[in-house]
Design a binder for this molecule. Structure first.
Ligand code: NAD
Length: 428
C-alpha cells in the first residue's frame, strides 16, 4: 500500500500545497478502514484532470490585467464532476485540487451521481467593479469551454461568487452553444431555472446536521450557545437558522473581525448594519473581538463558516466549544483534528456538514434536466431526508469502528467511489 509520503512524492508535485497535503493525509488515515486496494488508492490519490488558464480582462481604467485561474476535476467515475468556483487572492492549483477531492467524498457520501471538482480565479474580488467581475467571469467561462458542460462538469457558487456569477456563466455558455442551457450551472437565479432554497441550502443544511447531532448527544438545540465564524452565504444563514430553532448566537464574524454579546446578538440589526456599511466594522451594539479571539469564545457549538485552516495545532488546546460544525471546507488542520479528538470534542466534518449546498444543487440540476419546478417545502424535506440518512450512516460507522466522525464520513464516501471504480475497471 502506498504511504502518504510516496503518494505525495509521486503524485502531488504539481499541486503540492498544505491544503492538498491535508486532503491526502485525511485520505490516508481513512484507507485502513476502507474497502480499497492499492490501485484504487493510487487512482484516487490525484485528480483526473486539471486546467490552468490565464484570464485577461480590460480594467475600467483601460489597462489590461491577467489573472491566473484553475479548474480541477478529481473523479468522474460516478457521473459528471461538480464543484464551486471561488474568487480569492489565495486560490492555487493545490487548493482547487484539495477542494475537488473533498467534493468527491461529499457527493459519494450523499449518494449523488457526481464526482468532485473545484475552480477559482486568483484575484481580490473586493478590488474589482461589478463590470470587471462580469468580464472576468465571462472570459474564464470561455476558457473552460470543452472542460465544463451539463454532462461533464457543473460549476456552482463558492467564496465571493453568487447567483449573478452563475447567471453570467450560464449566459456565456448558452451564447456559445446557441441555445439556453440552464443545467450548465447550479446556484443560479430562480428566474433562469435556479432552484428555490438553493441559496439557503448550505447554511440550513449545517443546522440540520447540528440538530441531528444534538439529538444523538441528548442535547436540546434551543439551550445551546453558538458562535459562528463567517457571516456570508453559509454562516449568515446558519446563524439565522440557529436562532429560529431557539439557540442563541453569541458571536459572528466577517473578514473585518467579530462582534460578540454574552446575551446573544440581534441578527436582524447585524444584517442591517452590513447592508448599510458593507462589513461588521463599527457595529455599535456589541463588543468587537478579532477572528482569532472569536474561535476561543466559551460556547457550546462553534460553527466554522469562513475559510480553511482556522483551527490549528496552536489554538486547538484553547478551543472551549463542546461541539464543532464545519460549514467551511477544510477549516480544521490535521494537528487540530488530533488535539480536539484527544480532548473529546466531536467535529461534524465538512464533507457531511456543508453537503446541503451540493445536494440542493443536484436537485436543481435534476429539475433543469426534467424542466420541473419543485416547491420550497418539497426541497427542504428532501434535503433533510438526504442529510439525516448520511448523518446516521456516519454516526453508526464511527461508533462501530471506534473512529472519528470525519474518518467515518470519508470512509463512507471512499467506499462508494471505490465500488464504482472496481465495477468499471480501467479503460481500455
Ligand atoms: P461567502 O463569501 O459568502 O462568505 C465568506 C465569509 O467569510 C464572509 O463573511 C467573509 O467576510 C468571511 N471571510 C473571508 N475571508 C476571511 C478571513 N480571512 N477571515 C475571517 N473571515 C473571512 O462564502 P460562503 O459561500 O459562505 O463560503 C464559506 C465557506 O463555506 C467556504 O469554505 C466554502 O468553500 C464553504 N462552502 C460553501 C458552500 C456554498 O453553497 N456557498 C457550500 C459548501 C461549502
Amino acid at each position: 500500500m502506498a504511504s502518504i509520503e510516496e503518494l505525495s512524492a509521486e503524485q502531488a508535485l504539481e499541486w503540492d500545497t498544505p491544503l492538498f497535503r491535508q486532503a491526502l493525509t485525511q485520505f490516508e488515515q481513512a484507507i485502513p478502514y476502507a474497502d480499497v486496494n492499492e490501485s484504487i488508492v493510487a487512482r484516487l490519490g490525484s485528480p483526473e484532470r486539471a486546467v490552468m488558464v490565464a484570464v485577461p480582462i480590460r480594467r475600467d481604467a483601460g489597462l489590461v490585467d491577467v489573472f491566473p485561474a484553475y479548474r480541477v476535476q478529481h473523479s468522474s467515475v460516478l457521473g459528471p464532476t461538480k464543484g464551486g468556483i471561488r474568487y480569492d487572492p489565495h486560490v492555487t492549483l493545490g487548493e482547487c485540487a484539495a477542494l475537488a477531492v473533498w467534493m468527491t467524498w461529499k457527493c459519494a457520501l450523499l449518494r449523488l451521481p457526481y464526482g468532485g471538482a473545484k475552480g477559482g480565479i486568483r484575484c481580490n474580488p473586493r478590488e474589482l467593479s461589478l463590470a470587471e467581475l462580469q468580464r472576468l467571469t465571462r472570459r474564464y467561462t470561455s476558457e473552460l469551454r470543452g472542460v465544463i458542460g451539463p454532462q461533464e462538469d457543473i460549476p456552482a457558487p463558492d467564496m465571493a461568487t453568487n447567483e449573478q456569477t452563475m447567471a453570467w456563466i450560464m449566459d456565456t455558455y448558452s451564447m456559445q452553444v446557441g441555445y439556453a442551457v440552464p443545467e450548465i450551472v447550479t446556484g443560479k437565479p430562480v428566474a433562469l431555472g435556479g432552484s428555490l432554497f438553493r441559496s439557503e441550502a448550505t447554511g440550513a443544511g449545517v443546522v440540520m446536521v447540528v440538530e441531528r447531532a444534538c439529538e444523538r448527544l441528548g442535547w436540546r438545540l434551543d439551550e445551546q450557545r453558538c458562535v459562528v465564524q463567517g457571516f456570508g452565504n453559509v454562516g449568515g444563514v446558519a446563524a439565522q437558522e440557529l436562532v429560529e430553532k431557539g439557540a442563541s448566537v453569541l458571536a459572528v464574524s466577517d473578514i473585518s473581525g467579530a462582534v460578540y454579546s454574552e446575551r446573544g446578538l440581534d441578527l436582524a440589526s447585524v444584517r442591517e448594519w452590513i447592508a448599510d456599511h458593507g462589513t461588521l466594522e463599527g457595529y455599535p451594539e456589541a463588543e468587537h473581538v478579532t477572528n482569532a479571539e472569536l474561535l476561543e469564545v466559551p460556547c457550546d457549538i462553534l460553527v466554522l463558516a469562513a475559510l480553511e485552516g482556522q483551527l490549528t495545532g496552536e489554538n486547538a488546546p484553547r478551543i472551549s466549544a463542546r461541539l464543532i460544525a464545519e460549514g467551511a471546507n477544510g477549516p480544521t488542520t490535521i494537528e487540530a483534528d488530533a488535539i480536539l479528538g484527544e480532548r473529546g470534542i466531536p467535529i461534524l466534518p465538512d464533507v457531511l456538514t456543508n453537503a446541503g449546498g451540493v445536494t440542493v444543487s443536484y436537485f436543481e440540476w435534476v429539475q433543469d434536466l426534467g424542466r420541473l419546478f419543485w416547491t420550497r417545502n418539497e426541497i427542504r424535506a428532501r434535503l433533510a431526508d438526504k442529510l439525516n440518512d448520511a448523518f446516521d450512516r456516519v454516526w453508526h460507522l464511527a461508533a462501530k469502528k471506534e473512529i472519528s466522525l470525519r474518518q467515518a464520513a470519508l470512509i463512507a464516501g471512499i467506499n462508494e467511489v471505490a465500488a464504482a471504480l472496481k465495477a468499471r475497471g480501467i479503460y481500455p
